[in-house]
Structures are given as structure tokens and as C-alpha cells.
Design a protein around this ligand. Structure first.
Ligand SMILES: [Zn+2]
Length: 117
């Protein structure tokens, strides 16, 4: 049992089917070996393989940048949104600020515009 291996974010449709929302980082609770991790997804323990995850060691400190395709039904202003690394709140922005304050947890995090969640 290693409870401090890091943080993970879903990638791909399989991750979404397991309840992981795009751009949200979840704490890794356990590494079960053979590529299987257990994540804390909003207090639900979800077992998922690394193949569908982006894993990092340190707690994320920048906004996730999620870009939707027109096929996903988003109009121009809602085609891109940020996800707070602290509380998972989504935020739509106009322009490209270097940092932004979360409307919910009130913390300010930098925005990494090269990110593609
Ligand atoms: Zn927040």
C-alpha cells in the first residue's frame, strides 16, 4: 500500500465512462501493481489502469485546460474551459490570462495554455 504515489487525470472515453471528468485531478490512493491504480474520485474509489490516465507525483497547481471539439456540441464561448486543480470547479474564460482566481475556492492558480486535458 502506497498512499502517496501522486495524482492522476483521465484521458480518453474509457476514463470518462468510469466517472472521471475531463481535466479533474484525483488523488491516487493505491498502486495495486500491473498498472492498476485506485483513485479517489469524489470519495468513490475507482480502480482503473494507467493506460487511461496521466499520472504525476506532485499535486497539480495549475488550471487544467479542456478543449472541446465542435462535434461535442459546444458553442464558441463554451468550447474551452478550465478546471480548478484544487476543487474541480469549471470556469469559462475569455482571453488568455496568465492566471485566474477560482470562483469557488478563491485560490489563484496559473494557467498553462499548452495543457490539453
Ligand atoms: Zn477551486
Amino acid at each position: 500500500m502506497n498512499g502517496a504515489i501522486g495524482w492522476a487525470r483521465g484521458s480518453g472515453e474509457f476514463a470518462e465512462e468510469r466517472g472521471l471528468r475531463r481535466g479533474e485531478w484525483y488523488k491516487v490512493l493505491e498502486d495495486q501493481g500491473a498498472g492498476w491504480l485506485v483513485l479517489d474520485v469524489n470519495d468513490v474509489h475507482v480502480r482503473i489502469t494507467r493506460d487511461y490516465l496521466v499520472v504525476r507525483r506532485s499535486q497539480p497547481k495549475t488550471w487544467s485546460v479542456v478543449r472541446l471539439t465542435p462535434a461535442q456540441g459546444a458553442d464558441e464561448t463554451h468550447r474551452m474551459y478550465l478546471v480548478c486543480p484544487g476543487c474541480h470547479t469549471r470556469q469559462h474564460l475569455t482571453g488568455r490570462p496568465k492566471e485566474s482566481e477560482c470562483p469557488k475556492c478563491r485560490k489563484t492558480y496559473p494557467v498553462d495554455w499548452s495543457d490539453r486535458a
